[in-house]
Write a new protein. Structure first.
Lengths: 286, 286
């Protein structure tokens, strides 16, 4: 496995990679969710490239950029063991040198949900992903369904800017109690960690209601709310029942829906989501 | 020479082009300026791709999108004769299908000059050029120095977003009286056409002053202004003496400068520019 930092070095090594390239962009501190992306890339591509870059431009001024967990040595060992061919570890100075002034905005789809709570977040995400795509020039790129709006934004940007890259969304990986894997789970103390499974519990109970015939967006919303309110360590930031493509909030009868939420467990902000669909009514993006 | 319209068809044909690809993006109605770009691309690349697309998103609501001259048949004949290998002629519906919502902004460098007079213009330019770059995937792309700020914006975007593309600026082509070639010259009636050489006259007289030792930005500005005011058909929109890289207006003593202007001749808005530099003090971008 080759490890490069400079952009010029990345370009040189990239040119020598054989066949189709699958790309897994990450912010490091890898967990089984990331590794499932690498595994799928490995199955589908001749060469696998990963990047590790904690992107400052997608963090708000009050957010956890400085505190975000980092462990490069462990990450590199995991990637090597998974058969990754090339890892790019650029620095903020490489990605945003003095004079950098170009930004990518995706409009409507970034307005609700995470975009509403984290102003500028998706501008940072879209810009860095385009910079990574242009540098790595993959044929396929892998993202987790856990960040559902991020995945939708990247699909939209990829289509709108004519990138010749297939975007592949992969299922959320979960701990044994259902908690979605996230590098930020490391912020939780033991009591919070136990409380944190309430997000998936709320989503799962709403899913059962849907499967038992509950089709009213407002009722599904209420079901999630009732579960979350019972957990004293949880403070809901938003709960949503939205169209999975446009991310617009749904009202009345729903056939397909993205249920999603952002919930503070203590000081740690967690997000999770699931997609509901009637049998035979799920149109995949791929 | 192959001619394609659909994006999928472009991608297929592009993959079969041999060697390094030089790309000349145009809005059509080609003149000797465009053809000089094609010629340089032909010398430097194994394959030459041109695009013809009058990009609606770079025109303001009061500007000349509908009136912009078009003659596809003539353009294709010129490109074929010049040895172009592939021409892409996308439609607005291909480039901006329903739901398109991704935009690229380049910040500081787009604020003065054309950017100040044409709000949103460079957002449209940066976005369409990125879309063309991603679709065509060239190794080199050619732009005229006539649109000096556009060239600076594209260089900046290319660097900031990590495009692996070399941007090549080519000298402004001029008519025998010095008028910079432009598809918009076709708007001029005979009297206006005669008056239109006042832009280059003003630039040339300021250049002579500079070469004779005049180094004060304000004096160079005044020299251009005095020439332009004598032409009754000319109405100055702006005159500028700016840093060639940052495009910030210069004051006091200058060593290198971009002299530029936008001037209405009747109802037709024309732009022109030259770069002044002391011998041995010109750092090229290439």
């Amino acid at each position: 496995m080759q490890i490069v930092t400079a952009l010029e070095e990345l370009r040189e090594v990239r040119l020598r990679l054989p066949g189709l390239v699958g790309f897994v962009p990450t912010m490091g501190y890898l967990h089984a969710g990331h590794m499932s992306l690498v595994k799928q890339a490995k199955v589908e591509s001749a060469s696998v490239v990963a990047s590790i870059f904690v992107n400052p431009s997608q963090f708000g001024p009050q957010e956890d950029f400085a505190a975000y967990p980092r462990d490069l040595e462990r990450d590199l060992n995991l990637l090597e063991a998974a058969g990754c061919d090339l890892v790019w570890t650029p620095t903020p100075e490489i990605m945003y040198p003095s004079g950098h002034q170009t930004w990518i905005t995706v409009e409507e789809i970034t307005k609700p949900l995470e975009g509403a709570m984290r102003p500028g977040h998706f501008r940072g995400v879209a810009t860095v992903v385009a910079m990574l795509f242009n540098a790595v020039q993959p044929q396929r790129a892998y993202f987790g369904q856990k960040d559902a709006q991020q995945l939708a934004v990247i699909r939209r940007m990829t289509r709108d800017l004519n990138f010749s890259i297939k975007i592949i969304g992969c299922p959320t990986m979960r701990e044994s109690d259902g908690l979605a894997m996230s590098s930020r789970n490391t912020y939780l103390n033991p009591a919070e960690r136990q409380a944190a499974n309430v997000l998936y519990l709320a989503l799962s109970i709403a899913k059962v209601a849907f499967e038992n015939g509950q089709r009213e967006a407002e009722k599904l919303h209420q079901t999630m709310s009732e579960v979350l309110v019972k957990e004293p360590l949880a403070r809901v930031q938003y709960i949503s029942c939205a169209d999975p493509d446009s991310l617009q909030e749904l009202h009345g009868r729903v056939e397909r829906a993205l249920l999603s939420m952002a919930v503070y467990i203590g000081k740690t902000r967690l997000i999770d989501n699931i997609i509901l669909f009637q049998e035979g009514n799920y149109a995949s993006h791929d």
